[in-house]
Design a protein around this ligand. Structure first.
Ligand SMILES: *[C@@H]1O[C@H](CO)[C@@H](O)[C@H](O)[C@H]1NC(C)=O
Ligand SMILES: *[C@@H]1O[C@H](CO)[C@@H](O)[C@H](O)[C@H]1NC(C)=O
Ligand SMILES: *[C@@H]1O[C@H](CO)[C@@H](O)[C@H](O)[C@H]1NC(C)=O
Ligand SMILES: *[C@@H]1O[C@H](CO)[C@@H](O)[C@H](O)[C@H]1NC(C)=O
Ligand SMILES: *[C@@H]1O[C@H](CO)[C@@H](O)[C@H](O)[C@H]1NC(C)=O
Ligand SMILES: *[C@@H]1O[C@H](CO)[C@@H](O)[C@H](O)[C@H]1NC(C)=O
Ligand SMILES: *[C@@H]1O[C@H](CO)[C@@H](O)[C@H](O)[C@H]1NC(C)=O
Ligand SMILES: *[C@@H]1O[C@H](CO)[C@@H](O)[C@H](O)[C@H]1NC(C)=O
Ligand SMILES: *[C@@H]1O[C@H](CO)[C@@H](O)[C@H](O)[C@H]1NC(C)=O
Length: 431
């Protein structure tokens, strides 16, 4: 009877401390896995076929070590660093073929020869370059590509070389100057294009009159695009995001903009658009992000905007809107970001909205005209920032962390109390 007792106590103590320990520790780290996530490649064991010899040679010419299996190969690196070159292959036999190649932070002696690309070309569907600014663009990009990405790479790219990639579904060019007379040259034969990004690329010309209808994503921000938004763009009923910000686009927002029924993000900011906000915008059911700032839009701010259920980000700053802002505090509280400053003829009803909201516009007089010019200095510092929401957001977030810690401490303490009571009972029972 006496022998098992200390053992039992030890066991109890052990179980109590182990259950309390993880919840008491300040930084539980179950989500951080030491193994870096690799791209979804077929498991290596499923295919032991060697890589096609011609393609092996091509990889060697690109300075990719091929001693071991180059497929799923990550450039030799001290384990912590992300790989700079990633090769993925299919699982074919008798030979595997390279399907995707991605280069990041290329060394300056890298050069992509046409012969190497030709050898890889039949199977290569994805090619990407990230941060390889001095690399010369390959004279002939393989037309087998479904995805091509160049971010801060190459001194420049020609629109014609991109235009040859007729099987692309994804095109991303960012922070690379693209020389072409217009986007229509690039997109002319890309019938399958789904996602299009050409941003910060000095792209000139107009927005094309026709697009291929499967586009779901368009980002043409920060270029030199001129002319109007063609009405035909509103035929893209699958479009989820349209970003035309920071160009020189003029004219009015098409009345049919509401036909873009899948749209979630719309940014037309920093252009030369004029005229009113079309009523049809209110019929886009999932619009969450609407940025019309930095244009010459006029008319009144439409009341229907406050009925748009999904809206989280609304920027109307720096336009020429006039009249009384038709929003109440409960609508503005619902938004994560609201900016309306820089509209000198717009004012807010001070019986509806408090001056503490720092909207960057003047209160209205009884005729609905701005009482006084908005405080200029404050305007530039808090600009059109509506900061009340931000702070309440942060407060909400802070609540999550402590709760778990408190729970952990509670569990730990209660198991300790339980243990002590148990020990007292045991002592009494024995004695
Ligand atoms: C590339 O370089 C940048 C900055 O030099 C670094 O932050 C990044 O981790 C590098 N990426 C890879 C994949 O080596
Ligand atoms: C584009 O894809 C189609 C179908 O997959 C294929 O038949 C055609 O050869 C490809 N075109 C090029 C230029 O690779
Ligand atoms: C759009 O995509 C679908 C399925 O991905 C395809 O069947 C259809 O041909 C495409 N339409 C066009 C115009 O490319
Ligand atoms: C972009 O275009 C402007 C004006 O045409 C030119 O001054 C500038 O050098 C170009 N930038 C690049 C990176 O090509
Ligand atoms: C919309 O914009 C937000 C914020 O910039 C971004 O997080 C989100 O991924 C975008 N959604 C789409 C569909 O592009
Ligand atoms: C549009 O593009 C600009 C510049 O590239 C970027 O800052 C902004 O976040 C984008 N807007 C959306 C809604 O994604
Ligand atoms: C808006 O501006 C256009 C010119 O850009 C002008 O014709 C129109 O009258 C203005 N509308 C209002 C309501 O001020
Ligand atoms: C605020 O405006 C919304 C939308 O117009 C409306 O549904 C709501 O009743 C208004 N709330 C108050 C307190 O007036
Ligand atoms: C401001 O709101 C009050 C209460 O809703 C209303 O009676 C008044 O007419 C409004 N003033 C202006 C200028 O719209």
């Amino acid at each position: 009877m006496k022998l098992p007792l200390p053992l039992l106590l030890l066991l109890l103590l052990f179980s109590a401390t182990t259950s309390a320990a993880p919840s008491l520790s300040p930084t539980p780290s179950p989500t951080i896995s030491p193994v870096p996530r690799t791209s979804p490649t077929p498991p290596r064991t499923s295919s032991s076929s060697p890589l096609d010899p011609k393609q092996l040679k091509a990889l060697e010419s690109l300075n990719i070590p091929t001693l071991k299996n180059p497929c799923d190969h990550h450039h030799p690196s001290s384990s912590k660093k992300p790989p700079t070159t990633v090769v993925t292959c299919d699982t074919g036999s008798p030979f595997r073929l390279v399907t995707s190649l991605s280069f990041t932070n290329c060394s300056s002696d890298l050069s992509i020869s046409s012969t190497a690309l030709k050898a890889l070309s039949p199977s290569l569907t994805s090619l990407s370059f990230h941060n390889c600014p001095s690399l010369s663009p390959p004279p002939h990009l393989p037309d087998s590509l479904h995805s091509f990405s160049a971010v801060s790479s190459f001194p420049r790219l020609s629109g014609l070389s991109l235009a040859r990639l007729v099987n692309l579904t994804d095109l991303t060019v960012s922070s690379v100057p693209v020389s072409t007379s217009g986007l229509f040259v690039v997109l002319g034969n890309m019938h399958d294009i789904v996602s299009l990004t050409i941003s910060h690329a000095n792209l000139s010309g107009n927005i094309p009159k026709s697009f291929h209808s499967n586009l779901t994503f368009i980002d043409l921000s920060d270029n030199l695009i001129k002319g109007p938004i063609p009405t035909s763009i509103t035929l893209l009923s699958n479009l989820k995001a349209l970003n035309l910000s920071s160009n020189s686009i003029s004219g009015e927002i098409p009345d049919s903009i509401g036909d873009l029924i899948s749209l979630k993000n719309l940014s037309l900011s920093s252009n030369k658009l004029s005229g009113p906000i079309p009523d049809s915008i209110s019929s886009i059911p999932d619009l969450t992000h609407l940025d019309l700032s930095g244009n010459q839009l006029n008319g009144t701010v439409p009341r229907f905007i406050s009925k748009m259920k999904s809206l989280k980000y609304l920027n109307l700053a720096n336009n020429a809107f006039h009249g009384v802002l038709p929003f109440n505090a409960s609508f503005l509280k619902k938004l994560e970001v609201f900016k309306v400053g820089g509209n000198s003829d717009l004012c807010y009803n001070h019986t509806v909205l408090s001056s503490k909201m720092k909207l960057g516009i003047a209160p209205c007089d009884k005729h609905g005209l701005p009482l006084s010019p908005p405080p200029r200095k404050e305007d530039s510092s808090s600009d059109d920032d509506y900061s009340e929401d931000d702070s309440s957001e942060k407060k909400k977030e802070e609540h999550h962390g402590p709760n778990k810690a408190v729970l952990g401490v509670a569990i730990g303490l209660s198991s300790l109390v339980f243990l002590i009571i148990f020990m007292i009972l045991l002592a009494k029972w024995c004695g």
